[in-house]
Design a protein around this ligand. Structure first.
Ligand SMILES: [Zn+2]
Length: 472
């Protein structure tokens, strides 16, 4: 794992067997305060609207509704809260326009598999964990952990806990408890308003979610961040702290490991497959469509065999690219048609297997007779392409621009209109370099059509569809 921290962003690359598998991105501009925990002072209690306002250090006081107040549930708000009282609150919703943030006293601490709910006493298990056997296994483990570590406090088991070992769950309980103790201590020690706890920075989130025996090294290009990560890892897996290293070389870390080049590749729609053929990835707002294209057929195998093996290669590549590009939501993969149901099944199985490396939840529907596979992939963040890019002004997001032939005909027509069709004299046409190149072979045709001598000139400043016609 490689972390690059610079001006306004943190980027983390995860390499598996030397190949880039995941990219994570955090920008300062998109950081939010939801989940932050503050020590605040009650400024106003308004029994008429069952609400209170809490100063947590922002321009606008935070809003606290009675259902988010701890204590006797039936009581009026002014019997549980008093003006001037110091309380711990967590931001549930960000401030919108004139309103301050909405807060709750029912603080929760999310981990990788579990959410610690220190003011609750029940244990809940995510509905998304469907198998009765797995639910029972988790319940048994969590009941023991709550009794031994948490003194009966509440815990919610997240969907991510599916398949987690008892050891992993225990590690997390310890970590959450330590975090909670720190928050309480800070609450005792510091005057309000003060920030007690912030959801982790990306560098720490990655450590929380991924750091394990399987991570060979976590290399960080900032001494401060490295220190922070080490301190954090010591809290739950001290035996791994030596794997958090400082990257010292002068070559920028992402350049040294060839990641910058791979990031450029993420924007390309076409990805070649190892033995010919390719996949074409098209991300739209509502769904992502992926096409599989054949390579050249080799003589030794039958067409059906070649197609099946291309599809299997594509299945691996699609799984890899979804993870790398962090594409979420609905995805449709159009594999090349296969005649035999058994071959369609083979491709389906290869795809399901390849998706196992992904930490995001994936649900795959059975392959259709036309070779389509539909799937959904959990969307935690924006896709990398969506984060890095905005709609192309040149093609207005369509991915297509006027062909050079269309441009040539358009330009000829304009010249004709400018000259009124009168022959003689010369004309200079300034073009985007690639369009100029495409026009070169057509030079005679253009001159003949417009009845003037034409000089084609390159102007690197021009966009593909732009041109200038100058009468001389
Ligand atoms: Zn475009």
């Amino acid at each position: 794992m490689l972390a690059n921290t610079s001006f306004e962003e943190t980027r983390i690359a995860i390499l598996e067997n030397g190949r880039l598998a995941e990219l994570h991105w955090e920008r300062k501009s998109s950081q939010n305060i939801v989940g932050n925990i503050y020590k605040g002072t009650v400024e106003n209690v308004l029994p008429g609207i069952s609400s209170a306002f809490v100063n947590i250090g922002f321009d606008k006081n935070a809003y606290l509704y009675i259902s988010d107040v701890l204590g006797d549930k039936g009581a009026a708000i002014d019997s549980t809260l008093k003006k001037g009282q110091q309380i711990m609150v967590q931001v549930a919703k960000e401030a919108i326009s004139t309103k301050g943030p909405k807060v709750t006293m029912d603080v929760t601490l999310p981990g990788r598999y579990l959410v610690f709910t220190p003011f609750q006493t029940y244990v809940g298990i995510s509905k998304h964990i469907a198998e009765a056997e797995e639910r029972q296994r988790l319940e048994r483990i969590v009941d023991r952990l709550v009794a031994t570590h948490l003194g009966g406090k509440g815990l919610v088991v997240r969907t991510e806990a599916e398949g987690a070992t008892e050891e992993e769950l225990e590690l997390e309980v310890k970590y959450l408890l330590a975090a909670w103790q720190q928050i309480q201590k800070k609450f005792e020690d510091t005057p309000p308003p003060t920030l007690l706890h912030q959801d982790l920075s990306l560098a720490l989130q990655i450590a929380r979610d991924i750091m394990s025996e399987q991570v060979y090294v976590y290399m960080v290009d900032s001494k401060d961040v490295q220190k922070e990560v080490i301190h954090f890892v010591e809290g739950f897996a001290p035996e791994l702290k030596d794997r958090v290293r400082f990257y010292e070389s002068k070559t920028p870390i992402f350049k040294a490991f060839n990641i910058e080049r791979e990031i450029v590749g993420i924007r390309e729609t076409k990805v070649p497959l190892p033995n010919g053929g390719s996949i074409v990835i098209q991300e739209a707002e509502s769904l992502c469509a992926i096409d599989v294209n054949t390579g050249r057929f080799t003589g030794s195998k039958s067409q059906e065999e070649t197609v099946t093996s291309t599809n299997i290669e594509a299945a691996h590549m699609v799984a890899q690219q979804l993870r790398l590009r962090n594409i979420g939501g609905i995805i449709v993969v159009d594999f090349i048609d296969m005649r035999k149901a058994s071959n369609r099944q083979k491709v389906m199985e290869a795809f399901a297997e390849a998706c196992k490396a992904d930490r995001a939840k994936i649900r795959i529907l059975p392959i259709t007779r036309l070779g389509l596979i539909e799937l959904t992939r959990e969307r935690k963040r924006m896709s990398t392409a969506a984060l890095l890019t905005s709609e192309c002004p040149e093609c207005r997001g369509s991915g297509r621009v006027l062909s050079s032939e269309t441009l040539r005909i358009k330009i000829q027509r304009e010249i004709f209109e400018m000259t009124g069709g009168r022959p003689g004299g010369s004309i200079r046409v300034l073009l985007h370099p690639d369009v100029a190149e495409a026009f070169r072979g057509q030079h005679g045709v253009i001159e003949k059509n417009v009845q003037r001598s034409i000089k084609i000139q390159i102007d690197p400043q021009l966009m593909w569809e732009d041109y200038r016609i100058i009468l001389e």
